[in-house]
Ligand binder design. Sequence first.
Ligand code: ADP
Ligand code: ASP
Ligand code: MG
Length: 467
Amino acid sequence: MKFGGTSVEDAKAMLRTAAIVAGRRNKGLEAIVVVSAMAKVTDQLLAAAAAAGRGDKAGAMAISARLRHRHIDTGTELLDEQRFAALQASVHQEFDALDDLLRGIAAVGELTARTSDLVVSFGERLSSRMVAAAFDQQGLNGTHVDARSCIITDANYGKAAPQEPAIEAKLTELVLPLVEAGKTPVMGGFIGSTVEGITTTLGRGGSDYTAALVGGGLHAGAIEIWTDVNGIMTTDPRIVPDALRVKTISFEEAAELAYFGAKVLHPATILPAVQKSIPVWVLNSRNAENEGTKITAVAPRCKSPFKCIAAKKKLTIIDIVASRMLMSHGYLKSVFDVLDKYKCVVDMVSTSEVSISLTVDSNERLPEIAEELSKIADVKMEGNKALICMVGEDIRGHNGIAGQVFTAVSHVNVRMISQGASEINMSFMIDEEDVEEAVRSLHKNFFASPDENIFDVTARVPAESRA
Ligand code: ADP
Ligand code: ASP
Ligand code: MG
């Protein structure tokens, strides 16, 4: 069971989380709990690290002091006197270590990826201790496990790759005996360590991934991702408030959706689950009675072509035109060699005889990449782009879908289109500022009369009774 930042954002949320876990235990189920840092803490730790890296010691220390207060205040509200005394000591110890670290970074005036991971790890280290103490108090036999003792990764700081066989061995050695002894292990998500014991992180949103690694590593009966919405919705409810809950979705569809921007699930989450056929659920910790979304190997057929619409912002389009290389082979390779050198991930590609357009995450290395590419071709870059991705396994069976999609967004300037690669998505690039409007228009078009077997329509207010 993984609880995201909002599910542990304060004492009340932590107690709701405890009640949800108690519900599972009362049904005779054993749970291992993975928690995120309290809401917004990761962002603030990154801000503190960045301030220290600029040499702004006072700024970094001020952020840390505010975080210390927030954790101590939450502990006071959450725990009885005796448990609070024990927790307080360890919270202060962690923050003293964090302050030392920030002072060190400020003194050097340089923030490396490795040090940044260490700073940001404090969020999950603290939240997991607090939740474990709360679980102990609530009669759940909560026991804290330092995730770094089990989640073994490579040393690619900021986005470390988990080493699954090592993780499985550690989980079996350290966590399984706790479960067998009737305890509820609580560990932080997102963080790990190299075999040498150096702290790493799995990338933003990585707590979902931790949950999948733990569930996969110990062959759990299910992986539950508890968040702040009723499940996977037809699109981001922040853009379309009347987005519908998707009752069931396939692994393939969910992976596509997550990869192309739906923040509700980390893209790597489903992998360990797919390999071991473990069902994954997305559930709402603020509305625990709701059925959520079930992610399974095979999704039931749906009457409509699409299940979800995702949007991914902060992308750059690179147009590469080779004037000199007409008809020569090895051209694509030379372009991708450059991207490979900078470990640049490409989302979408379209080519003609002499030109290639591709989209990449906007990042600080783009000028270097452009310079290198310009040795082999003319290069143009356009930032502030976004990708809209329509996902559904039933695209295959429908004719005229592209026509419908592009009619729905006919007022928007479409820069690149891709369909076919996976047969379960149709994607296109637009300007970032058009995202909201495009998503709303597509949603209105494709989810006006949803298939009730797939989507939860009970939450939808009938059109005739809407103001
Ligand atoms: P957590 O902290 O629990 O991991 P996140 O903020 O990472 O939560 O993810 C949940 C958020 O994802 C939701 O509040 C919602 O705004 C956003 N989201 C984006 N796309 C979708 C979607 N298709 N379905 C549900 N939520 C989505
Ligand atoms: N706390 C981390 C983040 O905000 C990991 C997570 O919550 O999944 O990215
Ligand atoms: Mg998340």
